[in-house]
Design a protein around this ligand. Structure first.
Ligand code: HEC
Length: 154
């Protein structure tokens, strides 16, 4: 039963991946599957439980922080648009570099955000730099900015 379900899902995923603009459309797919449960399909979240991604400094601000947040998840307290959230965002390290890049490019260009895209290579570098898979504490993550240097030391 479960096997048939996963096989069907795999075929559906393969089919839905064909012939589309790789970044935005697949980003929307990833969003619908993995983020909308909490942040809602319209990105507005649920007041008091899941913060809005609209016009969000977390979304359109530093990319390194945003990638870390998605890979390792985070727990509050955090203040978004004047409202305090003290909840848990689960880690999404099971997503591929391409999926993280496309979903973040999508949210950075939707929901009244207007920021540049995120590349799969940037996700790979941040992922490789992580030394733990524990949830970030929001106040700790707030200051973890930037994509680590892409240069390979000699
Ligand atoms: C299980 C529910 C859940 C899922 C799934 C989830 N989030 Fe979150 N997210 C949260 C919660 C809760 C917070 C606030 C955490 C806190 O209280 O510290 C948050 C915070 C955020 C923030 C920072 C605050 C803001 O509103 O800008 C961003 C950005 C974000 N999530 C993006 C995403 C993206 C992108 C995905 C999908 C890859 C995702 N989230 C999936 C629950 C979730």
């Amino acid at each position: 039963m479960a096997r048939t379900f996963f096989a069907t899902m795999a075929v559906a995923l393969l089919l839905s991946g064909c012939s589309k603009d790789p970044m935005l459309v697949s980003g929307q797919d990833v969003f619908t599957k993995y983020c909308a449960t909490c942040h809602q399909q319209d990105g507005k979240g649920i007041s008091g439980a899941f913060p809005s991604l609209y016009d969000s400094e977390w979304v359109s601000g530093d990319k390194g922080r945003l990638i870390r947040l998605v890979l390792r998840g985070m727990q509050g307290p955090i203040v978004v648009k004047g409202e305090t959230y003290n909840n848990v965002m689960t880690p999404h390290s099971f997503l591929t570099d391409e999926q993280v890049a496309s979903v973040l490019t999508f949210v950075r260009q939707e929901f009244d955000n207007d920021a540049d895209k995120v590349e799969a290579g940037e996700v790979a570098v941040v992922r490789a730099s992580l030394t733990s898979d524990e949830l970030y504490i929001a106040s700790e993550l707030e200051n973890l900015l930037g994509i680590p240097s892409l240069e390979i030391p000699e």
